[in-house]
Design a binder for this molecule. Structure first.
Ligand SMILES: Cc1cc2nc3c(=O)[nH]c(=O)nc-3n(C[C@H](O)[C@H](O)[C@H](O)COP(=O)(O)O)c2cc1C
Length: 193
């Protein structure tokens, strides 16, 4: 099933030279970075599929604070709700080197995770164009994305959200949504070769 999804995702990625509006890049392939935090693997799965399909570099943020276990779950929810930042490991890639940075976060307490909040705050001046996505148990992405836009000072080229259940099940809805999201990202890249 995993390979089927990957094939499906990759197969819709044709020539990148078809965009018509949005991100302007020079006469070369666009450089894309996919950045995400993921505690239990859902956001990592979506981020990984996007990165493979877009031939993008991938940055998984590491929160230095322990987030596993019942007590840490409660602290995590509190930290997110209080809009706290956290200590993250130094990222491998410099977002300033990329035409487009795609940032994904799990929803915690109806907002972004502290790791993603920290990343955006620290790097907002280096972001040229952004795409945001969320994963959640049910909260919809357009409740979270406006805050990510305010924090980054950037209007997202496009954004989307995925539910934990549909990602776990590799549901048809999720695959269709992912393919549409990829198409929209692709068509936002105005590539002149
Ligand atoms: C501390 C905590 C708070 C959460 N709060 C919400 C929430 O407010 N709304 C929601 O829909 N899901 C919430 N969830 C569920 C996660 O958003 C969901 O499981 C997500 O897909 C996990 O992504 P990950 O596997 O990449 O960590 C919460 C999960 C945790 C651990």
């Amino acid at each position: 099933m995993w390979f089927l999804i990957l094939f499906s995702v990759v197969s819709i990625m044709g020539d990148l030279n078809t965009g018509n509006s949005g991100v302007e890049v020079e006469k070369r392939s666009p450089k894309i970075l996919v950045v995400y935090y993921s505690s239990s693997g859902i956001t990592e799965k979506v981020g990984g599929l996007l990165a493979v399909a877009l031939e993008a570099d991938q940055e998984k943020l590491v929160d230095k604070k322990e987030r596993k276990g019942v007590w840490n779950y409660l602290v995590a929810a509190k930290d997110a709700m209080m809009k706290y930042e956290t200590d993250i490991e130094t990222p491998k890639y410099n977002p300033a080197d990329y035409d487009l940075v795609i940032i994904g976060t799990p929803v915690w307490a109806w907002t972004m995770t502290p790791a993603v909040r920290t990343y955006i705050t620290k790097n907002k001046d280096k972001l040229k164009n952004v795409v945001f996505f969320t994963t959640s148990g049910g909260t919809v992405y357009d409740k979270i994305v406006p805050e990510m836009e305010t924090l980054s000072g950037k209007k997202a080229v496009i954004s989307n959200g995925f539910f934990e259940k549909e990602v776990k099940e590799d549901s048809k809805e999720m695959i269709d949504k992912l393919n549409k999201f990829l198409e929209n990202i692709k068509s936002s890249l105005s590539v002149k070769i």
